[in-house]
Design a protein around this ligand. Structure first.
Ligand SMILES: NC(=O)C1=CN([C@@H]2O[C@H](COP(=O)(O)OP(=O)(O)OC[C@H]3O[C@@H](n4cnc5c(N)ncnc54)[C@H](O)[C@@H]3O)[C@@H](O)[C@H]2O)C=CC1
Ligand SMILES: O=C(O)C1=N[C@H](C(=O)O)C[C@H](O)C1
Length: 251
């Protein structure tokens, strides 16, 4: 059995990981960590360093400000971590990279298989279409989401820029003073409402033709199951910052 510590156990994704573990024969949750202390079937602590139960791996779905303490504690305890939390600032991201020299860290803004295939398809399309079309990303999420744009939208935009040698400046939404669209803009637009689980659409708008590539998450279970796959993948790996690309390449 893989012994799991669930960081952010009392949140929406925490609940989904608990359900995914119930349906899995490979995992058991030995402890949770959350800033809110609500009752679970396992002990809940307020930080990772306080956890008494021996464990093999940590999965995190919490909030970006929790990440520095999480990776500091995980490095001290020599525990691999899967970070699914989005909205990290540059300093938090730099610390994750620094700590990945000590422990294996798996980080992805989206744990679903479909989004990671979408990134592949979109970068291929961008190579062919970018000169003659305008690229815009639209993401839609529930009204409880704290960060905008989504980590996934940023991941897609960065993948396009990496592929095309940083051609684009990102434009976050448009307003009455935005003016005419520039050729080197990549628009990123965030919609928030209701209970939308997560939608990401990339639009290539050319002259007289439009290509749209879209992914819809229909439940949070896909993210929870993806996080369990990532956790299984990093146990026993060398210290490094891993992504979905590494997991998919290993097959
Ligand atoms: N990579 C992926 O596939 C996915 C990533 N996410 C990301 O996961 C994060 C959590 O999402 P939700 O579960 O919807 O949010 P949520 O707000 O429902 O849950 C977050 C939980 O983390 C806890 N928390 C906050 N600060 C903490 C701290 N300092 N220490 C310990 N616990 C803390 C909260 O009390 C709460 O229980 C968000 O950043 C979201 O964008 C969400 C879905 C999929
Ligand atoms: O907060 C969410 O719900 C989600 N967050 C991730 C993101 O910011 O990209 C992934 C997913 O779309 C759900």
């Amino acid at each position: 059995m893989i012994r799991l510590i669930l960081h952010g156990c009392n949140g929406k994704m925490g609940k989904n990981v608990i359900d995914a573990v119930k349906n899995s024969s490979k995992f058991t949750i030995v402890a949770g960590v959350d800033k809110i202390n609500s009752k679970q079937d396992f002990p809940v602590y307020s930080r990772l360093k306080e956890v008494k139960e021996p464990a093999d791996v940590v999965i995190d779905f919490s909030f970006h400000t929790a990440i520095p303490q999480l990776v500091e504690d995980a490095a001290e305890l020599n525990l691999p971590v899967v970070i699914a939390t989005t909205g990290l600032d540059a300093k938090e991201e730099a610390l994750v990279l620094e700590k990945s020299a000590q422990i294996p860290i798996f980080m992805s803004a989206n744990m679903s298989l479909g989004i990671n295939l979408l990134v592949k398809l979109v970068t291929q399309a961008a190579k062919v279409l970018y000169e003659n079309s305008d690229i815009e990303i639209i993401e839609k999420h529930h009204n409880q989401k704290l960060d905008a744009p989504s980590g996934t939208a940023l991941m897609i935009a960065k993948a396009i820029n990496d592929t095309l040698g940083n051609t684009f400046n990102f434009t976050y939404g448009r307003n009455p003073s935005s003016g005419k669209r520039e050729k080197n803009e990549l628009g990123i637009h965030a919609i928030r409402g209701g209970t939308i689980v997560g939608e990401h659409e990339v639009i290539f708008a050319g002259r007289d033709e439009v290509l749209e590539i879209k992914h819809t998450a229909q439940s949070r279970a896909v993210f929870a199951e993806g996080a369990l796959k990532a956790a299984e993948f990093i146990i026993g790996k060398q210290p490094k910052l891993y992504s979905m690309k590494d997991l998919l390449e290993e097959g």
